[in-house]
Ligand binder design. Structure first.
Ligand code: ADP
Ligand code: GN1
Ligand code: MG
Length: 373
């Protein structure tokens, strides 16, 4: 390989690029995106004629995914299923779902000499990601996630691996928080007493959705489980959500959690790690835009009970995510990527502020759902 541009401090990247065959001249790679989990790079090539060609190269997080091979098996099954559905609907499977580029040895992923698992994907053309939405984009993302769920309705759920066991098991998240608090590895517990009290006061809430599942009120479906706004690519021309990405946590789950995780991230106007909590406010108008889009995308596929529990989905995903950030902070920031010390605590605080807002506006949220159900 001739000399190419590579980011600093990234071992194995050169080795990995050598495992693939690229069109014409490989220019280099740079870090890309705002994901908290995988290491993502954009790889750029310049063919002899025409425009540059881009790829997304990712090293899967070992901290998040204990069995990375299983993640790739799920990825293959899900994207093949989606490809068929999209083709039946007259869509473009090359743009509306992800695919992998095989290594020169014909493998769907590459294992580096340190055991790291990498995948290369075509960059979905003429799309853009989004970190904070206008109401129109937020509604478009909702239609996409609703449609994603609809397209996977007949997917054989038992064939999916549980890539992260107990991922949205909020009771288990609570137990892990208590364990991290008791261990207090870095002596950080003393400074987070207010946050600890906030969680403890909501222990019973952690059981609400799981209890409804146990009682058979809520059905288990194939769900995405990480429906952040930046896990959708939007079409540059139309602004429609064109491709649902970050499929690594797609597995059996609750529809209300897919709804709720989007609300957690997108129904406000602040960054997830905003320090000034006066800027962090739940926006019921954005909630309404998302509800409208999600129900439209799901095309009547939700049961009465699911509709009733949608506001709980929002509250619980926000509480759970705050608990996870706090747990990781207590544990020494091993799971979520952080750019500075205390970032996980800042993230936790924004989530708890949003939970409080949602608690206060819970009746209004239920009324919005009833309006579109
Ligand atoms: P993480 O699990 O770390 O969040 P993602 O799979 O979401 O990783 O990827 C991180 C970012 O990379 C996304 O938010 C998106 O902007 C970009 N991205 C990922 N896959 C593609 C793709 N195939 N085409 C274009 N952009 C992509
Ligand atoms: C992570 O991978 P990413 O950045 O889209 C996390 C989600 C959290 C989110 C919080 C596999 O999402 O569960 O809600 O951060 N993904 C995983 O921003 O743990
Ligand atoms: Mg992501």
């Amino acid at each position: 390989m001739n000399s190419i541009y590579l980011p600093e401090n990234c071992e194995y990247l050169h080795e990995v690029l050598g495992a693939y065959s690229f069109p014409e001249t490989l220019i280099g790679a740079s870090r890309y995106g705002y994901g908290h989990i995988n290491d993502t790079f954009c790889v750029i090539c310049q063919p002899r004629e025409g425009d540059g060609v881009r790829f997304i190269l990712q090293r899967l997080s070992r901290a998040a995914f204990p069995a990375t091979e299983q993640v790739m098996e799920n990825f293959y099954g899900i994207t093949e299923h989606l490809r068929k559905k999209i083709a039946e609907e007259g869509g473009d499977p090359e743009r509306e779902t992800l695919s992998v580029v095989r290594t020169v040895d014909g493998k769907p992923y590459y294992t580096d000499s340190n055991g790291g698992i990498w995948r290369l994907m075509p960059f979905v053309k003429d799309t853009f990601p989004c970190q904070s939405a206008t109401p129109e984009l937020f509604e478009a993302s909702a239609r996409s996630f609703g449609k994603f769920q609809k397209r996977l309705k007949d997917y054989p759920a038992h064939t999916l691996f549980e890539t992260i066991p107990h991922f949205h098991d909020t009771e288990d998240r609570y137990a892990k928080f208590e364990a991290a608090l008791a261990a207090d590895k870095l002596g950080r517990a003393a400074q987070v007493q207010a946050e600890v009290a906030f969680v403890k006061a909501r222990k019973a809430d952690c059981s609400v959705a799981l209890q409804a599942l146990r009682e058979g009120k809520l059905p288990l479906r194939v769900t995405h489980n990480d429906t952040k706004l930046n896990n959708i690519l939007f079409d540059k021309l139309t602004g429609e959500g064109i491709c649902v990405i970050d499929l690594d946590t797609t597995m059996p789950g609750l529809s209300i959690n897919d709804f709720g995780d989007s609300i957690r991230f997108g129904a406000n106007h602040s960054a997830e790690d905003e320090k000034d909590l006066s800027k962090v406010n739940f926006d019921i108008d954005l909630f309404e835009a998302y509800t409208r889009g999600f129900l439209q995308g799901a095309e009547g596929g939700l049961t009465e009970a699911e509709l009733e529990y949608l506001p709980w989905g929002a509250r619980l995903m926000t509480l759970e995510c705050g608990i996870r950030f706090l747990t990781d902070y207590l544990d020494g920031d091993n799971y979520f990527h952080t750019a500075y010390e205390g970032q996980n605590l800042d993230r936790c605080r924004t989530q708890f502020k949003l939970v409080q807002d949602m608690e206060q506006q819970f009746d209004a949220m239920a009324a919005v759902v009833r309006k579109y159900a």
